[in-house]
Design a protein around this ligand. Structure first.
Ligand code: AMP
Ligand code: MG
Length: 414
């Protein structure tokens, strides 16, 4: 039996164990829909796409110049070519050519039959329909071959891919206007805590605005989920139970923040025990130690800690890979690069740490990372200031200035 099946309370897991368990315990949705090409952006491709045509579909010129038939025996400097006509993109020259014939050709125009090489305009001198070329030519130069981008019949996009801007351009380039994508993952989320106020309400002593719901909104929108925001739920067992059960009914996943640690008001544990099979994990990481995971009916439940930075980090490290699996996505690992730390980083072995840092490049183009000074799990501004997480594995101790560390960029700006 796995750790996940045996333990109900406070199983201690490493980050890798937790992530692997989450990926293993969640299954991809199989239903799909046909959507117009533009709507397929950032969606997950349902099946391999086969290319119906060659791209480009005709051999064409890569430059403005003259199309000729290359001959090893021609002495360029002394040969005069005869201009036979012109070929434009979309308006080909109709006749075959060979010998000393040349056709003036524009970028993208189909190569005339018999022509295999293009000499650029700058290397040519045209006078009275006679053309002389300067310099040397290589056979086949400046020509784009039919099928050199994509060949008819080949798989050009694989199932499970998150479609990008170039992907949808590629789909258009082969003439396809509708795409089969997985249906969106449906996710409901809410915040728990008596201290939480919604925007527009005034704060009394000890109360705070609910920020996690907005952070989660952003993370889930970026992920491409179909979301249902269920607001703030008080630390009240019957209200929690009601909300959880109705959220689970219509969604693939339910995410909450707050109430999973060992505090007095953490009712969510007993409520969860009554609605589904939920495990409570103590993950050997900082920040974001407690995490609850399990099933409420068919729906996956993720109970994240309440601290705003912990919410983001546990989402990125655990929820995102699990949701990616549910979405049918095949690439699930964040990019990690090596960077030199510009400061000493205090740490003792035992827990994995994700510190916030600013990734940039030194004058030689080498990656460097500066950890931020404020690393508290409640300091959300540190996530805004940072552009990367410094991933310090459990076994590692203090990091000296100049030592290499692993870095997960989460924002592309430097
Ligand atoms: P908890 O995990 O419920 O014990 O909460 C841990 C810390 O996170 C407490 O300081 C909470 O006030 C704070 N917190 C919990 N939920 C939210 C939220 N939705 N927005 C902002 N802070 C929160
Ligand atoms: Mg709470």
């Amino acid at each position: 039996m796995t750790k996940l099946q045996t333990a109900e309370y406070a199983t201690r897991l490493t980050c890798d164990e937790a992530r692997n368990a989450l990926v293993k315990e969640n299954n991809p949705i199989t239903s799909f829909e046909n959507v117009p090409i533009r709507s397929s952006l950032n969606r997950i491709l349902h099946e391999d796409m086969l290319c119906p045509v060659n791209v480009p579909n005709h051999t064409n010129s890569a430059m403005d110049g003259y199309a000729i038939q290359f001959s090893e025996t021609t002495n360029f400097e002394n040969t005069s070519y005869e201009l036979k006509g012109s070929a434009f993109a979309g308006r080909p020259f109709g006749d075959p050519i060979g010998g000393n014939a040349a056709v003036k050709i524009m970028t993208g125009a189909a190569m005339p039959e018999g022509a295999d090489t293009v000499i650029i305009l700058e290397d040519a001198e045209e006078k009275n329909n006679q053309i002389k070329f300067k310099g040397l030519a290589k056979p086949g130069q400046n020509v784009r071959l039919a099928g050199e981008d994509l060949k008819a019949g080949q798989v050009f996009l694989e199932a499970g891919r998150r479609l990008t801007a170039s992907d949808i351009g590629l789909i258009a380039s082969v003439g396809i206007s509708e795409v089969k994508v997985r249906r969106k993952v449906k996710v409901a989320f809410f915040s728990t805590g008596d201290e939480l106020k919604s925007l527009g309400e005034s704060l009394n002593v000890g109360e705070i605005y609910d920020s996690n719901r907005y952070t989660l909104y952003g993370l889930l929108k970026d992920f491409g989920a179909e979301i249902q925001d269920l607001g703030v739920v008080k630390d009240n067992p019957s209200e929690l139970q009601k909300t959880l059960l109705s959220a689970a009914k219509n969604n693939d996943a339910v995410i909450t923040s707050g109430g999973v640690s060992v505090g007095e008001a953490d009712h969510i544990k007993s409520v969860l025990a009554s609605v589904g099979k939920i495990n409570f994990w103590k993950i050997l990481m900082k920040p974001g130690r407690p995490l609850a995971f399990g099933k409420i009916g068919e729906s996956s439940f993720f109970g994240l800690p309440g601290n705003p930075v912990s919410v983001m980090i546990t989402f990125m490290q655990f929820v995102q890979p699990a949701l990616s699996k549910i979405a049918g996505e095949t690439r699930r690992s964040p990019i990690e690069i090596a960077a030199r730390s510009t400061y000493r980083i205090r740490k003792s072995p035992g827990r994995t740490e994700f510190q916030r840092g600013i990734l940039s490049f030194d004058e030689n183009g080498n990656a460097i990372v500066s950890p931020l000074t404020a690393q508290g799990s409640g300091i959300l501004s540190s996530m805004t200031e940072a552009n990367a997480l410094i991933h310090l594995p459990a076994e590692c101790g203090e990091i000296e200035v100049g030592a290499m560390v692993r870095v997960q960029p989460f924002s592309l700006q430097v």
